[in-house]
Write a protein that binds this ligand. Structure first.
Ligand code: 5GP
Length: 212
């Protein structure tokens, strides 16, 4: 018995707050939820695979998808283009799964307009210092300009937490994973999502009473 309407979850965070690791743990530990694979014009990092982490495309291909209205939302982030293909959401939800979008604050704002039922979650680092340490430890980012720019962007992104339904502070990673899983499970138990199952059960009871 599970005729629930699929849900859409959006996770955003400043770069270095740990949203990708959190999303990976959610996907590994909870069934029937699938991450949308975005298109991006940035080049792949050493550990990334085309079609798994992103679809890595050039700017003309990205712009052609924009022109064809193929993105649910798209945005420029750190000088590169990123977009969530409509076809990804459709593929996931037609398969009966919930969709997880790990996207920036501009993308989240667009999804809120397009899918008002989407559940939005913001991940915060425990402190500015912790974010700086995580950024410095990251392959390819280093210190200097790149870091200063990411911290400036982080400040603007953090200010957007007020628009999200939930906020997770990623201090103790295991606790943050538990909180994310709890949000997904609680949202799945919402009355409107369980309505089809509850109504079916009620119809069975009523039919049995009528027969008695
Ligand atoms: P990165 O290049 O580090 O993987 O991602 C940079 C930022 O772009 C992150 O905040 C990430 O969540 C965001 N991002 C990834 N995919 C999308 C997308 O499809 N749309 C939007 N708006 N942001 C995205």
């Amino acid at each position: 018995m599970n005729d629930a309407i699929p849900a859409s979850f959006v996770v955003s965070a400043p770069s270095g707050a740990g949203k990708t690791s959190l999303a990976d743990r959610l996907l590994a530990g909870v069934s029937n939820i699938t991450r949308t694979i975005s298109h991006t014009t940035r080049t792949p990092r050493s550990h990334e695979t085309d079609g798994v982490d992103y679809f890595f495309v050039d700017r003309p291909a990205f712009e052609a998808t924009v022109a064809a209205d193929g993105f649910l939302e798209w945005a420029t982030v750190h000088c590169h283009l990123y977009g969530t293909p409509r076809a990804e959401i459709e593929r996931i939800q037609l398969g009966g799964n919930d969709a997880l979008m790990v996207i920036d604050v501009q993308g989240a704002a667009a999804v809120r307009r397009m899918l008002p039922d989407a559940v939005t979650i913001f991940v915060l680092p425990p402190s500015r210092k912790a974010l700086i340490e995580r950024l410095d430890g990251r392959d390819g980012l280093g210190g200097g300009e790149g870091r200063a720019e990411r911290l400036r962007v982080a400040e603007h992104e953090i200010a957007e937490y007020v628009s999200y339904d939930y906020v997770i502070i990623n201090d103790d990673f295991e606790l943050a994973v538990q909180e994310l899983v709890a949000i997904v499970n609680a949202e799945r138990c919402r009355q409107r999502r369980r309505q089809a199952d509850a109504e079916q059960l009620l119809a069975d009871f009523r039919a049995a009473s009528a027969d008695a």
